[in-house]
Design a protein around this ligand. Structure first.
Ligand SMILES: Cc1cc2nc3c(=O)[nH]c(=O)nc-3n(C[C@H](O)[C@H](O)[C@H](O)COP(=O)(O)OP(=O)(O)OC[C@H]3O[C@@H](n4cnc5c(N)ncnc54)[C@H](O)[C@@H]3O)c2cc1C
Ligand SMILES: NC(=O)c1ccc[n+]([C@@H]2O[C@H](COP(=O)([O-])OP(=O)(O)OC[C@H]3O[C@@H](n4cnc5c(N)ncnc54)[C@H](O)[C@@H]3O)[C@@H](O)[C@H]2O)c1
Length: 462
């Protein structure tokens, strides 16, 4: 088995293939763990952990805690040393990459540092990082080369003041005024992170509201929190371009307005890394957007060539990339395999509060493609939330009409990423609302609201 790309799609596949007895080689350009570990998921969540920690100081007084400086004067703010924060982020990412390298090497996987391209369905040429090339024979090839930030001709990153999300960890001082362009998940998460760290932040959002692809109630909560904490959110504002001016940057909008800042962060989406790799020459079908077309067991249009992760555009999450990679290897090696089921994927947006989702969406219900009952409980009525000073957030559950099977849910809360698991378990195993409602929860706990929402849905049955 030859795997191109050592991100979650590639390395998780390698582990499964090795356990199933395959002889596995990974060709990887940037380091194991991929963009997920080195520049995207892991660094952003580590940065956000520092920002979250700092926002605890802002609400400390509400819980009766007053912070003093050395002279006994009350202070309400902590200060982030960005150089220290970024050095922790990069060390942590590098350590995680090393851990993954050790894990795959322990099970006998060979790692070839370099760039791979397909010569035929059974041959991969690796241009080696330390010079030269190597031809690798393969019974099975897995392409897991990920995606890279989309860059516009009129908005070229310079790595100093005009930055992609992969370049921000080189900053050694906090941007005074950061203009974040794009209010998808990447833009929203990082805009709030820098706000929490102490920057002035302007969020340029091309749509009516932030997080356009997400649950509208959840996005409304987040936009309100952003504004309340002092972020300037420019709705219906599309960037035309960005340039350096004096000591700062100017983001030009298509309607002629200009937004000035000390730095700009571009978060306007990603493009798949599928060009120049011999894919089309070998007959691998690409979609219009340049993604590799795959089925639910990760097969491409060419026998023996599989693809997983962001290069497929199925659902750009590390967890989905890993699952696609594992499925590909199990399928190729003849092990039992269940096709990918996107209906049970749980995802989380690491804003404060977090937004976690699983299963069907509010949009599917509103559009009439799913017939479901909905109950939403604000967290402000939950006893544990009151004790902890949590005012924003809710639990929303979707139950299939008639059967009462739980088919989806949204949790907006601190650590919603942890709270969504019982809902995911219920959706995955098609538990009905009564089974969830009659399960013990700790008193007092935020998860009590999940059981309570299920209890309310009981009244809609039959
Ligand atoms: C800012 C940000 C935050 C995110 N946060 C989360 C999160 O919290 N949770 C989550 O689930 N997802 C998150 N994601 C999404 C997640 O990072 C991706 O879905 C994930 O990285 C996809 O994994 P992958 O294996 O497909 O590719 P990648 O992680 O991109 O890895 C691909 C690897 O392939 C290598 N490569 C590319 N071309 C070649 C070639 N020709 N030859 C050899 N090697 C090659 C690259 O160097 C890289 O090492 C985030 C994304 C962004 C942008
Ligand atoms: N916590 C997580 O799991 C996490 C975090 C980040 C990203 N991701 C994954 O990556 C995917 C992509 O997210 P993303 O936010 O990087 O990209 P995206 O494509 O979802 O969002 C980009 C946003 O930029 C806007 N945009 C594009 N051009 C613009 C312009 N000229 N001016 C202003 N706005 C413009 C788009 O309208 C869009 O809303 C997510 O759907 C998610 O699957 C996951």
């Amino acid at each position: 088995m030859v795997i191109l790309g050592g991100g979650p799609g590639g390395y998780e596949a390698a582990l499964v293939a090795a356990h199933l007895g395959g002889e596995v080689t990974i060709v990887d350009r940037d380091g194991l763990g991929g963009a997920a570990v080195l520049t995207d998921c892991v660094p952003s969540k580590t940065l956000i952990s520092t920002a979250d920690y700092m926002s605890e100081f802002e609400t400390a007084a509400d819980l009766g805690v007053h912070l003093e400086d050395g002279e006994g004067d009350e202070v309400s703010d902590a200060k982030a040393e960005l150089a220290e924060v970024n050095s922790r982020v990069k060390d942590l990412a590098a350590a995680q990459s090393r851990d993954i390298t050790d894990r795959v090497e322990e099970v006998g996987v060979r790692i070839v540092p370099g760039t791979g391209r397909l010569v035929s369905p059974s041959k991969v040429e690796a241009t080696l990082a330390d010079g030269g090339t190597e031809m690798l024979d393969a019974d099975v090839v897995l392409i897991a080369t990920g995606a890279t930030p989309r860059v516009m001709d009129t908005a070229q990153p310079d790595g100093e003041r005009i930055l992609t999300w992969q370049q921000i960890y080189e900053l050694d001082a906090l941007p005074e005024r950061l203009v974040v362009v794009g209010s998808g998940v990447t833009g929203a998460e990082l805009a709030q992170a820098y706000l929490g760290l102490g920057s002035d932040v302007v969020l340029v959002s091309s749509r009516d509201r932030v997080l356009p692809g997400e649950d509208p109630d959840a996005a409304t909560v987040i936009e309100d929190v952003f504004k309340r904490r002092g972020m300037e959110v420019l709705g219906r504002s599309r960037m035309a371009g960005v340039e350096r001016r004096g000591d700062g940057v100017v983001v030009r909008l298509v309607d002629g307005r200009e937004v000035e800042g000390s730095h700009a962060l571009l978060a306007v989406g990603s493009i798949p890394q599928t060009a120049g790799m011999g894919l089309e020459e070998v007959g691998v079908e690409l979609t219009e957007s340049g993604h590799i077309a795959v089925d639910r067991v990760s097969r491409t249009s060419v026998r023996g060539v599989y693809a997983a992760g962001d290069c497929t555009g199925v659902l750009p999450l590390a967890s989905v990339a890993a699952m696609q990679g594992r499925i590909a290897m199990s399928h190729a090696l003849g092990d039992a395999v269940a096709p990918l089921n996107l209906g049970v994927v749980s995802a989380n947006i690491f804003t404060d509060p977090e937004i976690a989702t699983v299963g069907i969406s509010q949009k599917a219900i509103d559009e009439g493609t799913v017939d479901a009952d909905v109950v939403t409980l604000p967290l402000s009525r939950n006893p544990r939330a009151k004790m902890s000073g949590i005012n924003d957030g809710f639990v929303k559950l979707f139950a299939q009409k008639g059967s009462g099977a739980l088919i989806g849910g949204v949790v907006v809360a601190p650590r919603a990423s942890e709270l969504i698991f019982p809902v995911t378990l219920a959706v995955h195993h098609r538990l009905n609302v009564d089974q969830v409602a009659n399960t013990f929860t700790v008193y007092p706990s935020l998860s009590g609201s999940i059981a309570e929402a299920a209890r309310r849905l009981h009244s809609t049955l039959g």
